[in-house]
Write a protein of this length. Structure first.
Length: 696
């Protein structure tokens, strides 16, 4: 038969199979729809029964309390209280308390004709007594009009919904109102409800619920095959059937939710059964076809197994690694020449012997023995790349890598043990380890040399900056020197005028101080990092600096806002350098505020204390700092002051000092004034780090 004729012969079979699958799917879908509609109709009837039972239970529960206001209204002690006779209020309170305990209501109370409470069942609870008048409440208005009062109120949420029932109290006239209060949570506890239930008021507020979501999701209509329309809502992520009824006398809407998963499950079962039947029929046909080929495949498998055994023997004998074939009891069946060379044994010596005897006696407590014991069971797990010390036939030890796996494609043939002698690799690893250790020592020495060179480069950079700006320094020093020459000439002529001469000498002293300040800034800028770190009291340093500026503060009429830090708060560094930092920051703040009118204010405050450092803030209400120049503030010789008013080294010195001490400084963005935040290392953190370095 030609291939073309065979193809044409098979084509109608495939078409029939496709039509059969489509028919089974259509039948399953139709049957599933009918089953779902039938189950939903049953659930609708069940939900209606639950709804009726819920309404009946709720009405029975409410009927237990309807008589209470009328019972109180007929009590003679209540009449005497309303007639202002010699009956004490305490007597009526106890009567109401006893009735309330027997009836199981939440509270009972008596109101006069103006709505003021006269007696209360919960009189023992001081805060529970309603002291305010109830004349504006609907239930009071209904009772005072001679009707039975009924009102549902909401206080702090659905859990606080309360139902009030009232009745008029008549003596010789309409003297007052008897009221019963019932918490809806208490009514809920009396209902034997084991399914989702929701009770809503006339204005759609939640009265109480039982295992139901609130608020409800948007209802989705579902039309059944018989035209019935059902309302479905989401509940716990699943669709539920919503059925509701409105109580005309109370105005409440009672709703029950019915899980429709049983209907969906029934529909899926029907669909699955039909599809499963179709699949089973198809599988039966396949089974009949496969059964004819089973015997042929078994014969082919036996021949393939024989070929595989032969191939594995060839692979084992020619492999360049040690290969040992063992059975499920761990006995050697075949060993290749490489394995015999590694262990120094012959085939006759190891055949049918336990493989542990070949490997050596040192594996009794190792994963290798556990793997061998698990062979032939479900607990067996392949062992890959385990490095152990083996033993040759002459008793000498050597490092080896061993792996154990089941025979590929034929687990019944046993297991294959792979052994590799790694003596040479271990020698190379040892040599590499020694070379790495030597290289690490060289890297450490080179790193130390580079760090020293970097420190020299930083110092050289500072000195280079000083050299580039020498012209500015000369200009700053020439001005006071020229003035001193003039004052000295004047002093020669004022020798006979002591007072004028003293003033002249005072001016010269101020010029010398200014020159010392200029040279001192250059010296501080050129300093290296301090060699020794000592504990410094931040409170003491700040107090010393503020003492220096007392005269300047009085001159500016400056208001200082300063809360001294704790005396035991220690920072790492030296006293003089931290004084230099605070002096520069406070001086800059005073200079910035000097030319402005109005109030001058300066804030010094400790912002935060961390584990390693603290933040200290220096802030003023001056003109502030433009955003364009903030990136240049800490550069050497950058200043916004006029010529002769400064070198521009103040903030550069501050930044350099803090950087050398392990701290930092940055400018905060403020709408008014300038704000500098200084980070200073804590002494205990630096000391701890030093100790750790010494220990290591």
């Amino acid at each position: 038969m030609s291939p073309e004729m065979s193809s044409r012969k098979r084509y109608p079979i495939s078409v029939i199979a496709l039509l059969y699958i489509m028919l089974v799917c259509a039948l399953a879908w139709f049957a599933g729809s009918l089953s779902r509609d039938w189950a939903l109709a049953r659930l609708q009837v069940q939900g209606a029964d639950r709804l009726l039972a819920s309404v009946s239970q709720m009405r029975l529960a409410l009927d237990q309390y309807n008589y209470l206001p009328f019972l109180i209204a007929q009590n003679t002690d209540v009449h005497r209280l309303l007639q202002s006779e010699d009956t004490h209020q305490a007597t009526v309170n106890r009567v109401l308390e006893q009735i309330n305990l027997v009836a199981g209501s939440t509270a009972l109370f008596v109101l006069d004709a103006d709505g003021r409470p006269l007696a209360f069942s919960n009189w023992r609870e001081e805060q529970a007594f309603p002291l305010q008048s109830q004349r504006t409440q609907q239930y009071f208005k209904q009772a005072i009009a001679g009707e039975q009062g009924l009102e549902l109120q909401f206080h702090d949420g659905p859990e606080q919904a309360r139902l009030y029932m009232s009745a008029p109290v008549y003596t010789d006239r309409l003297a007052g109102v008897a009221v019963m209060r019932l918490d809806m949570s208490q009514l809920r506890e009396q209902l034997a409800i084991e399914y989702p239930l929701i009770v809503r008021s006339a204005n759609d507020q939640l009265v109480f619920e039982a295992d139901a979501p609130w608020p409800l999701s948007q209802a989705v209509p579902l039309t059944l095959g018989n035209g019935t329309v059902l309302q479905l809502v989401k509940h716990d992520g699943e669709l539920s059937l919503l059925q509701s009824v409105k109580l005309d006398d109370l105005g409440w809407t009672v709703s029950v939710l019915t899980d429709i998963r049983p209907a969906q499950y029934r529909s899926r079962v029907v669909v699955g059964s039909l599809l499963g039947g179709g699949v089973a029929l198809g599988l039966l046909l396949l089974y009949l076809r496969e059964s004819r080929q089973k015997r042929r495949l078994q014969l082919e498998r036996m021949r393939e197994r024989a070929r595989s055994e032969e191939q594995q023997r060839d692979i084992i004998n020619t492999a360049q690694v040690g290969l040992i074939h063992i059975d499920q009891r761990g006995r050697v069946q075949l060993i290749n020449p490489m394995a015999m060379q590694i262990f120094g044994v012959s085939v006759e010596r190891v055949r049918n012997q336990p493989v542990l005897k070949l490997l050596g006696d040192g594996f009794s407590a190792m994963p290798l023995k556990q793997t061998l014991e698990a062979m032939g069971t479900d607990r067996f797990r392949p062992l890959t790349g385990l490095e152990v010390v083996g033993q040759r036939g002459d008793g000498s030890a050597f490092p080896m890598m061993i792996s154990i796996r089941q025979m590929a494609h034929h687990p019944e043939l046993g297991y294959l043990v792979t052994v590799i002698d790694i003596s040479r690799r271990k020698r190379l690893e040892q040599a590499l380890r020694e070379a790495n250790e030597s290289l690490e020592q060289k890297v450490i020495a080179r790193t130390q040399a580079l760090e020293a060179a970097q420190a020299e480069l930083v110092q050289a950079g500072k000195l280079a900056a000083l050299g580039r700006m020498s012209a500015s320094v000369v200009h700053e020093l020439n001005q006071p020197m020229t003035a001193m020459r003039t004052y000295l000439a004047i002093a020669g002529r004022l020798l006979e005028q002591p007072e004028a001469l003293g003033k002249n000498l005072k001016l010269q002293e101020q010029l010398l101080d200014r020159m010392a300040l200029i040279t001192g800034q250059l010296k501080t800028f050129a300093y290296r990092k301090p060699e020794r770190i000592e504990p410094v009291s931040l409170q003491q340093v700040t107090a010393q600096v503020l003492q220096m500026f007392r005269g300047r503060f009085e001159e500016l009429s400056l208001a200082l806002h300063y809360d001294p830090p704790p005396g035991d708060l220690l920072i790492a560094g030296d006293n003089a350098r931290y004084e230099q930092v605070l002096i520069n920051l406070i001086k800059n703040a005073c200079d910035a505020m000097a030319e402005q009118t109005g109030a001058h204010e300066l804030w010094l405050q400790l912002v935060e204390v961390g584990e390693q450092s603290l933040l200290f803030e220096v802030r003023d209400n001056g003109p502030g700092i433009d955003a364009e120049i903030r990136s240049q503030l800490f550069e050497p010789f950058f200043t916004t002051k006029g010529v002769g008013q400064g070198l521009g080294l103040g903030l550069a010195i501050v930044s350099s000092i803090l950087r050398d001490l392990g701290g930092d400084i940055h400018v905060e963005d403020r709408k008014v004034g300038a704000c500098f935040r200084v980070s200073m290392p804590l002494y205990r953190a630096v000391e701890k780090e030093s100790n750790e370095v010494k220990v290591s």
